[in-house]
Every structure is written in structure tokens, then in C-alpha cells.
Design a protein around this ligand. Structure first.
Ligand SMILES: [Zn+2]
Length: 396
């Protein structure tokens, strides 16, 4: 039995050994063919080639969907900013209460910059710093065009106290309970520093006609709108005032002018262009592109996450109601990089924005101006009172 068992074992061992050899042989052969196949595939690379094509196509598709390949990132903006910026809507329904305006003296700046071509009814009249340059560019362009230096800034920034005084005076004069000529204190664009009134020294009655029509027709090129037009009085609740100009910025002034929208209509229109849905996109007469969208303020928090394109130029303005408006600048399909400055439109020779003083001096100048303007409001009121006795005051 033992022998048989041993034989059987021996046989089994022999079988196992044979099977092992066979397995190795098969594996070796397979390995050879597999290696051959791998070598061949390396030479021809059929599968890799196809994969790369797919990737390229996918990439091209993605590029078509977003040619700018711009990444949008959220920045946190305080909800206080809803009430600040070039696009704030201030009217009888929307009070202005921002305060801390960055004002400069118009006449003082004109003197320092040797600006000629228009006058200011009162030396102490002030306006927002970022509105001064476009205003001067517009009025000096008019002066050079018509050799007409009769334009005069007749009203600009007003304190709420001064607005109160004008309002009461108007009620006393008309005997009415309400005024369509003078905005209630707290509800006038003049309190924002974004607006100014013009008169002309020939008749003292600026109507935006004759030579002056140029200003009303071209103000949008400088970022201004004629704020109270005759066909919009039902929306603005203010009489037609061809003399009252409001700064909103060039893209917005352009769009409003081309589409005959007053600021009430424009702000309402923009609220439909919510970020991530449909943005407002257009190109102006100079071929400059803009993309504009709206972000409702997160009223449950102190701040709102506002998406902006990383590394690109953008402006954010509150609408003074319920959210933010973001403006992006484009050149063709591409967003303009942050820090790229726009050229001023038809900058008149002999005038350079910011003057030709050295930078150090300029800083001093601005400080001095700030001091000057700090005292301005009361004098402003007094002098405007004097002016009122001789001319009819346009006092929205
Ligand atoms: Zn006005």
C-alpha cells in the first residue's frame, strides 16, 4: 500500500511539474505576444492618439462656451455700499443718506489747473472728486468747439441743511404743500455731489438750446445724463430741467441715452440682469464693450458676496435700493485687465486732468482743498441766497 501510495504521489508530482512547465510556456508565449502588442501600440499609438483628440475637442468646446476663460471670485462688500456709487438712484422714493462725500472746490481746482472756458457762480461750490474731471472735460470741449465761455456752474453739491432751506423757500413762494421744483431735503441728487446745474451768463436761463444743445447732446460721452427730461416727468416727479446733469459713468450714460431711459427706468432694467443668468452686454460708438450685471444685497447679513472676474477691471456701485451693479470692461471678447486705464474722450489741449504739478505738490493741493471744502457749506448757502435774488434758481 505504501508503495502504491508513493507511486501515486510520484505520479502526481510529475503531473504538477508538467502542468507548471506548460503554464510557464503558455505564459511566456502570451507574454511575448502581449509585449509585441504593446510594442506595436507604442509605435502606432492608436488608443493614445484617439484619447488626445477627444481631450482637444472637449477643450475647444469649453473655450467656445467661455472664450475669456475668466474665473469669477466672490468679494465681500458691506451692505452700506448699497447707498454709494455712481449709479445710486436718488428721488422722492429713495432717500440719500451716505454722507462723507469726497468733495473738491470747483473754482479752486480750475485755478490750479488753469482751466478756462466756464465759470462758477460761487467760488466755494464743490463737487465729487471723480465728477470734477469729466465735468471739466465736457465744458472745456464745449468752449473750444464754439469759442463760447458763457457757461456757468450754477449749483452743485448741497448740504441737507441748504436743501431744506431751498425747499421751504419754494413752498413759501408757491403756497403749495409739496414742490415739483425742489426735492425734499434728503432726496435731492445735489446732496450726493454727483449732480450740477448750468446757467449761461447771456440770458441767465439755460435751456440746452442753440450752442448749448451740444452739451445736452454730447454729455453722455463724458458720463453724464440730462436727468430730468420732459417725457419722463411722470417717473422722475421733477419738472423738465435741461440744466441739471448727473454723473453715472460713461457706459451707463451711453446705454441710457441710446435707449431713452431715465435713471429710474435704467436701474429697474438692470435689476433684471441678475448675475449668472443674463448679463447686459453692449458696445458703444467707440467700439468699447461692456458687461453689466446685478447682485441683490444679502439683506440677512451685513455684507454681500459679489462675484467679480479675477484680475480684471470692474466697478461696483450700489443702486441705493436693494443691491449692487457690477460693470466690466471688454475689448472684443476679452475683459480688460485691472489697472488698464481708459483714455479720456477728446481731452482738450491745454487742460490735463489733475494738473501739471508734481505728485508731492498735488497731494498738498488736495489736502488744502479738503480744508477749503470743509468750510464751504455755510458760505455756499449764503452765496447761493445772494444769487437767488438776481436769478431764478434751478433747485431740484
Ligand atoms: Zn439741479
Amino acid at each position: 500500500m505504501a508503495k502504491n501510495v508513493s507511486k501515486a504521489k510520484s505520479y502526481r508530482k510529475g503531473k504538477v511539474f508538467f502542468e507548471l512547465i506548460l503554464s510557464l510556456a503558455i505564459a511566456g508565449t502570451c507574454g511575448y505576444f502581449i509585449k509585441g502588442a504593446v510594442d506595436k501600440s507604442k509605435l502606432v499609438e492608436p488608443s493614445n492618439f484617439i484619447d488626445n483628440t477627444d481631450l482637444e475637442e472637449a477643450k475647444l468646446e469649453a473655450d467656445k462656451a467661455d472664450p475669456t476663460k475668466t474665473v469669477f471670485e466672490d468679494i465681500s462688500v458691506s451692505n452700506q455700499e448699497v447707498f454709494k456709487g455712481d449709479l445710486i438712484l436718488v428721488n422722492e422714493d429713495h432717500q440719500y443718506f451716505s454722507g462723507n462725500e469726497d468733495l473738491i472746490g470747483i473754482a479752486a481746482m480750475n485755478e490750479r489747473n488753469n482751466v478756462e472756458g466756464f465759470s462758477v457762480v460761487d467760488y466755494d461750490y464743490t463737487i465729487l472728486r471723480n465728477v470734477y474731471d469729466p465735468m471739466v472735460q465736457m465744458l472745456t470741449a464745449f468752449y473750444k468747439q464754439y469759442d463760447n465761455d458763457t457757461v456757468q456752474v450754477y449749483g452743485s453739491y448741497r448740504t441737507t441743511e441748504y436743501q431744506q432751506q431751498l425747499y421751504e423757500e419754494d413752498l413759501a413762494m408757491t403756497g403749495e404743500e409739496d414742490s415739483t421744483r425742489v426735492a425734499k431735503p434728503g432726496f435731492s441728487e445735489h446732496e450726493t455731489g454727483y449732480a450740477f446745474d448750468l446757467t449761461e451768463t447771456v440770458t441767465g436761463d439755460y435751456q440746452g438750446t442753440g450752442d448749448y444743445a451740444w452739451i445736452n447732446e454730447n454729455c453722455y460721452k463724458y458720463g453724464f445724463i440730462e436727468r430730468y427730461k420732459e417725457d419722463k416727468t411722470d417717473l422722475t416727479k421733477i419738472q423738465p430741467e435741461p440744466w441739471h446733469f448727473r454723473y453715472v459713468g460713461k457706459p451707463h450714460a451711453y446705454y441710457m441715452m441710446k435707449n431713452n431711459l431715465c435713471l429710474e427706468e435704467y436701474i429697474s432694467t438692470l435689476s433684471q440682469f441678475v448675475y449668472g443668468e443674463h448679463h447686459l452686454e453692449f458696445t458703444d460708438d467707440e467700439g468699447k464693450g461692456y458687461e453689466i450685471y446685478y447682485i441683490p444685497a444679502d439683506m440677512g447679513a451685513d455684507s454681500t458676496n459679489v462675484p467679480v472676474p479675477a484680475g480684471k477691471k470692474y466697478d461696483i456701485s450700489g443702486n441705493n435700493i436693494d443691491g449692487f451693479i457690477v460693470t466690466l470692461y471688454k475689448n472684443g471678447e476679452d475683459y480688460i485687465q485691472a489697472g488698464e486705464e481708459e483714455e479720456a474722450p477728446t481731452a482738450p489741449s491745454g487742460y490735463t486732468a489733475g494738473g501739471d504739478t508734481a505728485e508731492g505738490e498735488d497731494a498738498d493741493t488736495q489736502e488744502e482743498n479738503a480744508e477749503e471744502t470743509a468750510e464751504a457749506p455755510e458760505e455756499n448757502a449764503e452765496n447761493a441766497e445772494n444769487a437767488e435774488s438776481t436769478e431764478e434758481i434751478p433747485a431740484d
